[in-house]
Design a binder for this molecule. Structure first.
Ligand code: HDE
Length: 735
């Protein structure tokens, strides 16, 4: 029988737990890789304190006022067994602060991940743009936040959605924000419709479901009624909306911007971020398994890669188009954000490179509190009259007033400019600056005339004096905005066969989740106007008739640059699982690991249980790892079933096929990776895992041999991302 718990000390008896104060310990220094942005006051003066001094200071626990505390574990009570006293000021400050820890999440793009980086300009933009940070060799600190759009802050990373790609450049002329997406077109042409599309895609208001999904009636109701959304919808149904990682996404500024050079000449540009890692996606079943296995998959992937030194790199490019009076290029209205410019018509010129090399010290302080604003511009970059962009210029400041609790959000360390700021804004909630002087107005005589107004020569931001069209005030758009289908057609016809198959399934899946037949029929009508074959295939899947087009599908030239399939990419940073058994020879494991690392990839040793094999650390166990985590797999040794070690898995199921029995979790792992088109390597004497998984030894992308030799072949397969021809010319992912 267990001994009775000790009695609490009686009245007047000292509690021994309170007798021993804890020994003083210095706050942990920030890791070298986690230094915050330079700390300056909002007037540009150094604070004199390093970033970490803004947080924990000294060795002792204190109140918010700095008084050292005797304990933070016991409230002040009227006697040991008595009520808690209102007098306990520390209890009240602690609970009050906790009560207010949460801030409103972003109304869109609530779920996100951020990292610090550096941008280095190659100077090629200097001929079109006067911005200092684009001059050759200039290095500019950056902070990037990637996000999903529709889900809540706690939603899963791998849902079908557009991804945000927002970059803050801390330039010497002020902060420049490029607040883009991973899809180059947008759902709506006018910002005034933004609340409507967001209401339509967010969980339906009666039951607040589904979470982070577009596969529901209100979304498809909206996009089939507002047919301008159809181009973006086509991208959203493609593999672009299920990226494998944030590292493997393109970014687009979406809108057309106006650049101005030192000679005062202007041009119209579209911004592109091109990942050196390639543009890669998950397959549909993989996204769904990931949402359950690791909802933080993209966040973890980014931080794991940075920690491993596999820093992701993007080239920044521009499509440069002449600034003509009608603001069109090759018949494309450059003010219409539902249109993109194919790279074949206007190539992307690379103007610099960004490397993300540092993760945040504190997620809330940096990723949650960072604010982006398309109106944060620097001399040389200006906006156009795109009616979506114009509304964004209002929204992003406005939303922070609620989200960050007042107008002083620019003073937060992550949002501060790294150049001097002298703005005459004063007071307001959460004012951090102690502004000197008496004249937050100008001109003034009392503060010696400070601050002065800059001229163009001293670096002033000058709005491009673009002529404004005269005419009546109207709530209308020009006729060129009426074409709602041709770019959807262009996108659909530019996909490879396997991508097209994924697209068809996505439409069929999403519309199949709608309850209202009228909505499905209306969207089929839109598909008929985009591409008759696509419409017929989706209609067949839905069991509905394919309608005739109301507008004949456009006769468009495909843009091969839009396909993600058919090239080769660097394999640096790709993840390979090394499957071993509890008694595998550690020398063989180390050799396989060395071969993977030498090829520039990341190796994860996966064994039946944790610990070490000889000197080799086990990174994952069969219980904790899942196929979705890895790009490829190498079975160094076939693990036998170990029923005692797998209490959460039915060890009797799954390994009863021919051959030596195999741990069923490994058979499942191999089967999933095979279905997901991933390259699989197997040691010559471990082919029974293939038998157990039902995978033919001679299937495409399955390599059998000595582990070290297999690694080279896996790397070559991985360079093409997936073995798309595994199931024949048209891919069969399993959904
Ligand atoms: Fe946004 N958008 N947006 N958006 N957006 C926000 O700003 C808005 C649009 C984008 O990581 C909000 O601070 C309107 C296009 C990104 O913090 C909000 C319109 C594009 C992010 C807002 C658009 C974007 C946001 C929510 C139509 C691609 C995440 C919180 C006129 C070019 C930024 C916030 C981050 C965030 C409004 C359209 C990209 C409410 C009104 C087009 C990447 O202000």
């Amino acid at each position: 029988m267990a001994p009775p718990p000790p009695r609490p000390p009686g009245p007047g008896v000292e509690d021994p737990a309170l007798d021993e104060p804890t020994a003083p310990v210095a706050p942990p220094p920030p890791k070298a890789s986690q230094q915050g942005p330079a700390t300056v006051t909002p007037t540009g003066a150094p604070t004199g304190a390093p970033p970490e001094a803004m947080a924990q200071q000294g060795e002792y626990l204190t109140t918010a006022q700095g008084a050292r505390l005797r304990t933070t574990d016991h409230a002040l009570k009227a006697g040991r067994r008595g009520p808690v006293l209102l007098q306990d000021h520390h209890l009240r400050e602690k609970i009050t602060h906790f009560d207010h820890e949460r801030i409103p999440e972003r109304v869109v793009h609530a779920r996100g991940t951020g990292a610090h980086g550096v941008f280095v300009a190659n100077g090629r933009a200097a001929k079109i743009c006067r911005a200092a940070f684009l001059k050759k060799g200039v290095e500019t600190p950056t902070f990037v936040r990637f996000s999903t759009v529709q889900g809540f802050r706690g939603s899963s990373d791998t849902v079908r959605d557009t991804r945000g790609f927002a970059t803050k450049f801390y330039t010497s002329e002020g902060n420049y924000d490029l607040v883009g997406n991973n899809i180059p077109v947008f759902f709506i042409q006018e910002g005034i419709k933004f609340p409507d599309i967001v209401h339509a895609v967010k969980p339906e208001p009666d039951r607040e479901i589904p979470q982070a999904q577009s596969a529901h009636d209100t979304f498809w109701d909206f996009v089939s009624l507002h047919t301008e959304a159809q181009a973006h919808v086509a991208w959203s149904m493609s593999d672009r909306a299920v990226p494998l990682s944030y590292r493997m996404m393109e970014g687009f500024g979406v809108h057309t911007f106006r650049l101005i050079n030192d000679a005062g000449e202007t041009s119209l540009v579209k911004f592109h971020w091109e990942p050196r890692q390639g543009v890669h996606s998950q397959v549909w079943e993989e996204t769904q398994l990931t949402a359950g296995n690791d909802p933080d998959f993209h966040r973890r992937d980014l931080y794991d890669a940075i920690d491993a030194g596999a820093y992701p790199v993007w080239d920044l490019g521009v499509q440069v188009m002449p600034d003509t009076e009608d603001e069109t290029f090759e018949g494309i209205d450059l003010l219409d954000p539902t249109k993109f410019v194919p790279e074949e018509l206007c190539p992307v010129e690379i103007i610099g490179t960004m490397t993300l090399n540092r993760r945040p010290i504190n997620f809330f302080a940096e990723v949650e509190q960072v604010m982006f604003n398309p109106g944060n511009l620097v001399p040389g970059i200006d906006v156009t009259n795109d009616p979506l962009l114009q509304v964004r210029l209002f929204s992003y400041i406005d939303t922070q007033i609620t989200r960050l609790g007042g107008p002083n959000f620019n003073q937060l360390p992550i949002n501060r400019a790294h150049c001097p700021v002298n703005d005459m804004f004063r007071d307001g909630f959460h004012q951090h600056a102690v502004h000197g002087g008496v004249t937050p107005y100008r001109p003034n005589s009392l503060d010696g005339g400070n601050p002065a107004e800059a001229s163009e020569d001293s670096g002033a931001f000058i709005d491009v004096p673009q002529p404004v069209a005269s005419g009546a005030k109207v709530r209308e758009l020009s006729a060129s905005f009426d074409d709602h289908f041709s770019q959807a057609t262009l996108f659909v016809r530019s996909l490879s066969e396997v991508e097209r198959e994924h697209l068809t399934r996505a439409y069929t899946f999403e519309l199949g989740k709608c309850y209202e037949e009228a909505i499905r029929l209306r969207q089929l009508q839109c598909l008929a106007n985009i591409d008759a074959d696509l419409c017929a295939e989706v209609a067949r899947g839905l069991g509905l008739p394919a309608p005739e087009p109301t507008v004949p599908p456009a006769d468009v030239e495909p843009s091969p640059a839009l396909s993600q399939v058919g090239g080769t990419w660097p394999v640096a940073g790709r993840k390979v699982a090394l499957v071993v058994d509890a008694d595998t020879d550690p020398t063989a494991v180390q050799a396989a690991k060395d071969a993977v690392t030498a090829a520039g990839m990341m190796a994860f040793v996966m064994a039946p249980s944790g610990g070490k094999l000889g000197d080799v650390v086990v990174d994952r166990t069969f219980l904790t790892a899942a196929s979705i985590e890895f790009d490829s797999l190498l079975v160094v040794d076939a693990p036998a079933p170990a029923p005692d070690a797998v209490p959460l898995f039915d060890a009797k199921a799954g390994h009863a096929r021919a051959g030596r029995p195999v741990d069923p979790r490994v058979a499942k792992l191999v089967a999933e990776m095979f279905r997901h088109f991933k390259a699989i390597g197997v040691a010559s004497d471990a082919t029974n895992v293939l038998t157990a998984a039902g995978v033919p030894e001679d299937a495409p992308g399955v390599v059998v041999g000595e582990p070290a030799a297999v690694v080279g072949k896996l790397a070559a397969l991985l360079a093409e991302h997936r073995v798309w021809h595994r199931f024949g010319p048209v891919a069969e992912d399993s959904d």
